[in-house]
Ligand binder design. Structure first.
Ligand code: SAH
Ligand code: SF4
Ligand code: F3S
Length: 462
């Protein structure tokens, strides 16, 4: 999954924290711009929910807004560069509108803290576990006081906050926050803090409400969903999946991200058992070399990884798979790189998110240096991408003649006479719009595939 963050309070503090209710927002408009992973998308909805309670309205652009918040990502250097660039741009707006409040939220806020506040353009800096304090900090900034809140919490899950979601058919639902894995290259355990899970009954209640308000698909989110644990209800992630599938039997249920070490047989079997749990798994492998996996502290070997793939395919032969790969991690040799390509040839992923290693300050690997030259990292990345495109094109070629049940999302961007949707296996499917049958966004339609590329399937309604 692309990235995330939050601050923490104990439950008692949490309820106190709700108390100072700042209705300072009445009539004011807030625009939130989201970067990074789906957890940030979900967090932005939580921030909007918190601000909404304080009387703020959502704005659709910077031009319309009194308050502009960037919810940021720190996973790779280029993610942070993008934000610095955006802040320079926002400076022009602020010069024209001095009363505009500009805030940085999310993982970069947590990582850079006061350094961000030192920039003229930034008024408030809020880490992922302190979003309850956003109204108070915005109010302070309106009075001319810059503010920062970046404490991480062991308990904050925003369980009682109603996220302000964008209308649509797909919703993100965070089931846990933080990460305890400490992969040696990764900032997330530092920007998001310790792992903590929401309560199972509150999650299933939320799913029922989402179904009742017209959502057709949910994605349960966590950096490592397999370590979900609700002690009060003695439930693990497999229990949550089963309870979710039963609570909303007609809702499509997806989740991300699984960890190859922690993904249990029970999770895989639960997926196989319930039709409404989508047959798609994102299972990052990062490297095909056991030596590099160990250096990364991924806690599994290639053999363990392939054992999970075998189990998945035994239970769900048609399950689609995607992954994350890093090229050029410190000390990676040509042989290690070939092992990565070999693993991709063995598994044959439907999709992949592929990255060149970006050293992050404070992580364990940072101290080991960055010895693979940029051009080598880049060349290896290009090889990984080329191989993946070839494999995905071949897999999608094999889809021709098959029929998929597609959840209709709306007109395709390129051509309004065509509509798009997604298959159970998470593939984008394009099909002609058909006024006669009059299907609408959110319907399930059957599409027979007659053409494909490495990224998209095309077909006719049946
Ligand atoms: N929790 C998820 C991943 C979240 S971050 C998991 O463990 O799979 C998303 C992806 O970003 C990671 O899977 C990894 O491939 C990539 N990534 C994380 N840190 C990185 C870094 N320092 N350089 C390059 N890629 C990185
Ligand atoms: Fe980062 Fe590893 Fe946690 Fe994923 S599991 S968020 S890669 S530390
Ligand atoms: Fe997500 Fe980026 Fe943070 S990937 S967890 S927003 S570092």
């Amino acid at each position: 999954m692309p990235t995330i963050d939050l601050p923490v309070l104990d439950p008692q503090q949490a309820s106190q924290a709700e108390a100072p209710f700042h209705s300072t927002g009445t009539g004011r408009r807030v625009y939130v711009e989201t970067y990074g992973c789906q957890m940030n998308v979900s967090d932005s909805e939580i921030v909007l929910g918190v601000l909404h309670q304080s009387g703020y309205e959502r704005a659709d652009s910077v031009e319309e807004a009194d308050v502009v918040l960037l919810n940021t990502c720190a996973i790779r250097d280029n993610a942070e560069k993008k934000i610095h660039e955006r802040l320079r741009h926002l400076n022009f707006f602020k010069k024209k509108r001095e009363d505009m409040v500009i805030g940085v939220l999310g993982c970069m806020a947590e990582r850079l803290r006061k350094d961000l506040l030192d920039k003229d353009v930034v008024d408030i800096v809020v880490g992922p576990d302190e979003y309850r304090r956003v109204p108070e900090l915005v109010a302070g900034a309106q009075g001319g006081d810059k503010g920062i809140a970046v404490k991480l919490s062991r308990v904050e899950t925003y369980d009682d906050i109603e996220p302000l979601r964008t209308e649509g058919i797909s919703a993100w639902v965070s089931i846990m926050r933080g990460c305890d894995k400490f992969c040696t290259y990764c900032v997330v355990p530092f920007t998001r803090g310790r792992e903590r899970s929401r309560s199972l009954p509150l999650i299933t209640d939320e799913l029922k409400r989402l179904w009742d308000t017209g959502f057709k698909e949910v994605t349960l989110l966590g950096q490592n969903v397999d370590s979900y644990r609700d002690e009060d209800n003695n439930a693990d992630f497999a229990d949550l999946l089963i309870a979710s599938a039963r609570a909303v039997p007609n809702m499509r249920i997806r989740y991300t991200t699984s960890h190859p070490q922690d993904m249990s047989d029970r999770v895989i079997e639960a997926m196989g058992e319930y039709d409404n749990i989508c047959k798609y798994i994102h299972l990052p492998f990062q490297s095909g070399s056991d030596r590099i996996l160990e250096l990364m502290n991924r806690t599994y070997t290639v053999e363990r990884y392939l054992d999970r793939i075998r189990k998945i395919r035994e239970v769900m032969p048609d399950c689609a798979l995607s992954t994350d790969v890093i090229t050029g991690f410190c000390t990676e040799t040509e042989e290690d790189h070939q092992a990565t390509l070999d693993l991709m040839r063995t598994v044959r992923y439907d999709g992949a998110y592929m990255f060149a290693y970006s050293p992050r300050d404070n992580t364990k690997a940072y101290k080991w240096g960055d010895d693979v030259p940029d051009e080598v990292k880049k060349r290896r990345l290009d090889e990984v991408i080329a191989l993946q495109n070839e494999i995905a094109a071949e897999i999608n070629q094999g889809e021709i003649g098959r029929t998929h049940e597609v959840l209709v999302e709306g007109p395709s961007k390129r051509n309004a006479s065509e509509w798009k949707g997604r298959s159970d296996t998470n593939k984008t499917v394009i099909f002609p719009h058909d006024d006669v049958r009059g299907y609408v966004v959110g319907d399930l339609v059957k599409v027979r595939i007659d053409r494909s590329t490495s990224a998209t399937l095309f077909g006719e309604l049946v």
